[in-house]
Design a protein around this ligand. Structure first.
Ligand SMILES: C[S@@+](CC[C@H](N)C(=O)[O-])C[C@H]1O[C@@H](n2cnc3c(N)ncnc32)[C@H](O)[C@@H]1O
Length: 213
């Protein structure tokens, strides 16, 4: 993959506080990873800044165990790991889509771990671990993946875990179908605009904070 480095486009992510910016590489050509995992999706900027603003809640401390699902290029998880360097943070995506995620973790000297985790896999040791927070950015964009994602959430979100999920509103009907199923297992609320970063928010990007019923 060294040969493909010249196709990468690097974007800078700035923190609200005085921390050196992240440099996250994207792959517009799809040579490093397949399609959706090669781009930073807008929800992840909003979620990263939301998490930065909500640091030191009980589930987001330097002792927390934090799992990211569908991490893509890793912006959210790498950002939170920079702010909580002693937390145990695992960024996951489909096993065949980890190469650029791993590259971004290393390029930013991040303490985050990278692991393959496919929502459709029957069993993974990720399921056995106790997570204080499970974070997800823009993973309900595709209706056909909803049941797989819900199955994974039921495995990794325990009664003591908090689920923090950002998504961009694109299709009211399919999103409502997702949340109808979601609410059979989880209670949730939508983060208010005052909880979000003043600059990084948008009317069509929502942050859901949920826990098991
Ligand atoms: C729309 S992208 C969002 C990526 C990233 N979270 C962001 O906001 O920039 C959705 C992500 O879900 C991942 N994904 C899709 N199906 C998956 C599955 N079955 N198991 C694990 N991850 C999956 C994709 O590889 C991709 O990284």
């Amino acid at each position: 993959m060294e040969d493909h480095k010249d196709v990468l486009v690097t974007r800078e992510y700035e923190f609200a506080r005085n921390v050196s910016p992240l440099l996250i590489s994207e792959d517009p050509t799809g040579q490093w990873c397949h399609g959706v995992a090669g781009t930073i999706w807008d929800s992840s900027f909003v979620l990263a800044r939301y998490l930065e603003k909500s640091l030191q809640t009980p589930c987001l401390t330097d002792q927390s165990r934090i799992l990211e699902l569908g991490a893509g290029l890793g912006l959210v998880g790498i950002a939170i790991a920079k702010l909580l360097p002693n937390a145990y943070i695992v960024l996951t995506d489909k096993p065949e889509r980890l190469q650029l995620l791993q590259h971004n973790v290393q390029a930013n000297d991040s303490s985050a771990q990278v692991a393959g985790y496919d929502w459709d896999t029957d069993y993974s040791d990720i399921d056995d671990q106790q997570w204080d927070a499970v974070i997800i950015s823009d993973c309900i964009w595709e209706h056909s993946l909803h049941d797989s994602l819900l199955k994974a959430l039921e495995k990794v979100v325990h009664t003591s875990s908090k689920l923090i999920m950002a998504y961009e509103q694109r299709n009211d009907v399919t999103e409502q179908q997702f949340f109808d199923k979601f609410h059979s297992t989880f209670d949730s609320r939508i983060a208010s605009s005052t909880e979000m970063d003043d600059e990084y928010q948008s009317d069509d990007i929502k942050i859901i904070i949920a826990h098991r019923k």
